[in-house]
Design a protein around this ligand. Structure first.
Ligand SMILES: [Zn+2]
Length: 223
């Protein structure tokens, strides 16, 4: 089994590649170092060793990209992380704002046997509590076409699909105002010059968000 450090690098690389504008774009060393929380020098020597193991393609100055083998391992780590998060919320009753930190530890420790039992217990779910897709045991997760909330015009009706921030305070805010994945809402007003969008979750009071917060909530437009 790859070490915890290797798994963390591969996972962060995958998330950075998917966050890029073009699919499988090369990731700059500085961005990877920041995501993992190490210096650029430390990241570079680790990436060289991952390249020796054929888990990444590394071009000095251009950046780094996962190989097919690296992508496969990264997806396995994400599958463990996201299934664990859902298990902690649905089965153990933890709050969705506190499970990310727990999953960061458990994702490196859980066996395939226990993981597949959890998957069966939960009914082979597609998404974790934050709406992030759970990769299947083989292959890539389905990518749904989603829109950032701050791109929605007034009177749009939409459903929250994914919350792209794991910070407990933000998640608690989202929960308090009824904007968790699955929630329907209507955009009441959108004033880009004031950096504000006001939405009314169905059966809740309206809430106003700034564009930074609204950009972290991904929605599916329509009923
Ligand atoms: Zn998480």
């Amino acid at each position: 089994m790859p070490s915890r450090t290797v798994e963390d690098y591969l996972k962060h690389l995958y998330l950075l590649e998917k966050g890029g504008q073009t699919p499988a774009s090369q990731v700059a060393m500085g961005g990877l170092a920041a995501a993992v929380g190490v210096t650029a020098g430390t990241a570079t020597s680790m990436v060289k060793s991952l390249s020796d193991s054929d888990l990444v393609d590394y071009e000095p100055r251009a950046g780094v990209r996962l190989t097919r083998a690296g992508t496969k391992l990264a997806l396995q780590v994400l599958r463990r992380h996201r299934l664990i998060e859902l298990f902690l919320v649905q089965t153990l009753g933890l709050d969705w704002s506190e499970v990310h930190e727990e999953a960061e530890e458990l994702e490196h420790a859980i066996s395939d046997k226990v993981l597949e039992k959890i998957d069966t217990l939960l009914g082979h779910p597609d998404t974790d509590p934050h709406g992030d897709p759970i990769p299947p045991s083989t292959g890539s997760p389905k990518q749904e076409k989603l829109t950032p909330l701050n791109d929605c015009a007034p009177n749009t009706t939409a459903k929250v699909a994914r919350v792209r921030d794991q910070e407990p305070e933000f998640l608690q805010f989202v929960d308090k105002h009824g904007l968790t994945p699955g929630a329907q809402f209507t955009v009441e007003s959108h004033t880009p010059s004031a950096d504000a969008i006001t939405v009314r979750p169905h059966d809740r009071e309206p809430v106003t968000l700034g564009s930074a917060a609204a950009g972290k909530i991904m929605v599916k437009v329509g009923r």
